[in-house]
Write a protein that binds this ligand. Sequence first.
Ligand SMILES: Nc1ncnc2c1ncn2[C@@H]1O[C@H](COP(=O)(O)OP(=O)(O)OP(=O)(O)O)[C@@H](O)[C@H]1O
Ligand SMILES: [Mg+2]
Length: 295
Amino acid sequence: MSPQEPHEPKAVATVMLKGGTTKSTITANTAEALGRAGYDVLTVDTDPNGHLTANLGYSDLYYDGDIDLGDIILSEGNAAPSDAIQSTNLGFDLLPASVALESVETRLKNEMQPSLCLKQRLVDPLLGDRYDYILMDTHSSRNALVNNAVVAAPNLLLPLIPEQGINSGLSRTQERIINPLKQKIDLKILAMVPNKLSQRIDHKNEDRRLIERICRSDSLSEYLPQFAHVKPETFDAIDADERRGSLPKPGLRKDSDLNDSFKQNKTLGAFNPENTQLEAFDELAEIVVQGEVSQ
Ligand SMILES: Nc1ncnc2c1ncn2[C@@H]1O[C@H](COP(=O)(O)OP(=O)(O)OP(=O)(O)O)[C@@H](O)[C@H]1O
Ligand SMILES: [Mg+2]
């Protein structure tokens, strides 16, 4: 991948209506991978909880920033995006969340076009001009800012983790966000991103249920990156005991580096440039650039 290749600038939202599904982790590390490939990248923390902002070491701005996203996207404010954007040493810029985002959500309702504010006042002026890619982190419940983020960034990354309730999280995301907005805008799922896998898939456990369900579904498997893909016949071979010693390990794996990197306000590449899972994030970056999973 190289920034010299022709590419279409894109705004991407990481969305899943379930907490703790690694939205912020996927956003930050995909942004880092795009930066590593030479692109100009902005991340936007639209989650009023500000976990991405805190995890990247900008808690001071969350509580005390002069200018926040509301000042940029609400018509009552008159700030320019550049007034709030921070350049980080992680290879991408950050527009941090602030403690006032809860009230921004309420105030969005007074706007003439409440779902279009992020698009019109942030993404349209910057995308393709200042930035090649804009990646938005979102809150885990549907709210006005999630709607704004998806309308502004209609290319979606959907993180999934092997936990009970993930199927309902995915269904909620499809029913409450993807299906209604698909009627109105050109919405595209770029990839589903299984993360935090740790178990052997020759046992019937949450990891296997998650991966097998997607891999055996014609409508879902097209969204799985190579690093998460297992051929349906491989599951059959595993069950026939023909794959002993060569079990696939799909997905982003549960990884103490990934956990610790956020605790130290870093992305994975900054925390441990040797970590082999960086390749998975490089593949996600490639999917963002190409606009789809390569089959
Ligand atoms: N592969 C991994 N292995 C181990 N820990 C991980 C991995 N990926 C993410 N984590 C950790 O899981 C936790 C949840 O991740 P993250 O904060 O990205 O989720 P989220 O969906 O953004 O959560 P929220 O809904 O609270 O915003 C974090 O502590 C993160 O460091
Ligand atoms: Mg988060």
